[in-house]
Write a protein that binds this ligand. Structure first.
Ligand code: HEC
Ligand code: HEC
Length: 163
């Protein structure tokens, strides 16, 4: 009499648990950086690499980067002045030190806003989070470069960086 009901009870428990985990993941879970929501920024800054979340760098970094887009890490990534202005405004307004993001500001520990870094991958907190990856790990053929977040964080496009 009881046996036929057990699988149902079990799957009910499983459903409740997966519901809890889903809710926690969506609430942030500790690794959430809001992805770029502006379509122009997504297009212009997401064609060569992941459109990096604005909350990963301070506004001064974005302004400095946008001022020298023609010499962007060895490439010319320049856009029209109007587009540059639009992108700069979006990135600055949603930056780590302006957007009010909790996790963004955590990445800012030890970062000088006067001498703004251009690389997320050089932030002290980023380096610490990745210190356990061996030099071989970075050279694995699908990674190529530290900036290739998507190689290891499959869900980075949606803002999640918990592997
Ligand atoms: C023409 C290709 C191209 C475009 C377009 C482009 N980038 Fe890049 N970007 C690069 C390259 C190449 C690197 C260096 C990647 C590396 O070190 O492996 C880079 C690196 C970066 C980094 C540093 C990543 C790190 O190491 O932490 C940031 C931040 C960045 N880009 C932001 C932007 C923004 C913002 C835009 C839009 C305005 C943009 N990029 C558009 C090619 C591009
Ligand atoms: C070679 C693989 C690899 C690459 C490439 C990589 N990461 Fe990671 N990342 C990891 C691992 C492994 C961890 C530690 C995961 C953990 O402890 O949950 C981590 C942790 C993080 C964390 C901290 C998450 C937490 O636990 O709070 C952030 C944020 C992050 N990475 C962002 C990035 C960004 C942004 C990029 C690209 C600029 C990037 N990662 C590139 C492997 C990688």
């Amino acid at each position: 009499m009881h046996i036929p009901y057990r699988p149902i009870a079990l799957s009910l428990v499983a459903m409740i648990f997966s519901g809890i985990f889903l809710a926690r993941a969506q609430a942030g879970g500790g690794h959430y950086f809001a992805p770029v929501s502006d379509p122009v920024v997504r297009e212009e800054c997401g064609s060569c690499h992941l459109a990096f979340p604005p909350s990963m760098l301070p506004a001064s970094s974005w302004k400095r980067m946008m001022g020298e887009l023609d010499k962007h890490f060895g490439t010319d990534a320049s856009v029209s002045p109007a587009t540059a202005e639009h992108i700069t405004r979006y990135l600055s307004e949603n930056a780590a030190d302006t957007g009010g993001q909790r996790y963004g500001s955590k990445l800012m520990r030890g970062v000088s806003v006067q001498n703004p870094p251009l690389r997320i991958t050089e932030l002290p907190k980023w380096v610490r989070e990745h210190r356990e990856i061996s030099s071989k790990g970075w050279l694995r053929n699908n990674v190529r470069t530290k900036a290739n977040c998507l190689a290891c964080h499959a869900d980075a496009e949606r803002g999640y960086y918990d592997e």
